[in-house]
Design a binder for this molecule. Structure first.
Ligand code: CDP
Length: 207
């Protein structure tokens, strides 16, 4: 069984995807981390994330980088959204994600284009969303816990810029798959969001 979870930054998709993986005993891949690793590598190599050839050169990273807590910073998130708009970067990361999705027994993946590009025939697709203000508050609290001093306004501005870039790029833009179930977590607790997500997947696989 393949479960695709897509949605914008801080919508709750990562928490929901992890909980689904645990509930259905499936392996889980946070695909955003791959783009974040490219962004971190571009920075390490002192290359320009906006130049496609530079970003492609940074796609060959060591897997240990995926464990680095620095990948979770707001700045790397913004740069990830810049490198991820390049078609050749998406192509470089495509097979790795596809292999993970179609492994024996299935998987849960979260990202922006799982239901549309990576696993278009996933058994269950969720598109998780929440209002920009609520997402900014969540991300601000998360970043503060990690020691960031960014203001709420700055986090909101970064989220809006990233939403715009992710949803207007020509390759694999952030849009719900036509057969995705929409889950708005704006006014739901984590627990309630997870329960709804499990109910959606149960209903999809029962069909
Ligand atoms: O956790 P958050 O939603 O803030 O970010 P993320 O999922 O780690 O993704 C960081 C950036 O990578 C996003 O803004 C997207 O531009 C890009 N991304 C993508 O293009 N496709 C994916 N499947 C996952 C992430």
């Amino acid at each position: 069984m393949i479960i695709a979870v897509d949605g914008p930054a801080a919508s709750g998709k990562g928490t929901i995807a992890r909980a689904l993986a645990q509930h259905f005993a499936l392996p889980y891949l946070d695909t955003g981390l791959l783009y974040r690793a490219v962004a971190a590598n571009v920075t390490r190599l002192e290359l320009d994330p906006a130049i496609e050839a530079d970003a492609v050169a940074a796609c060959d990273f060591d897997d240990s980088l995926l464990e680095d807590p620095l990948l979770r910073s707001d700045e790397i998130g913004s740069r990830a959204s810049v490198v991820s708009a390049h078609p050749l970067v998406r192509a470089a990361l495509f097979h790795r994600q596809k292999r993970f999705a179609y492994q024996e027994g299935g998987a849960v993946l979260d990202g922006r284009d799982i239901g549309t590009v990576i696993a278009p025939d996933a058994n269950a697709k969720l598109f998780v969303r929440a209002t920009p203000n609520i997402r900014a508050k969540r991300r601000h609290a998360e970043l503060r816990e990690r020691g960031s001093t960014l203001s709420l306004d700055r986090v909101l501005a970064d989220i809006r810029a990233r939403d715009l870039r992710d949803s207007t790029r020509s390759t694999a833009p952030l849009v719900p798959a036509h057969d995705a179930a929409l889950l708005d977590t704006s006014f739901l607790s984590i627990e309630a969001s997870v329960q709804r997500a499990i109910a959606i997947v149960d209903a999809r696989i029962a069909r």
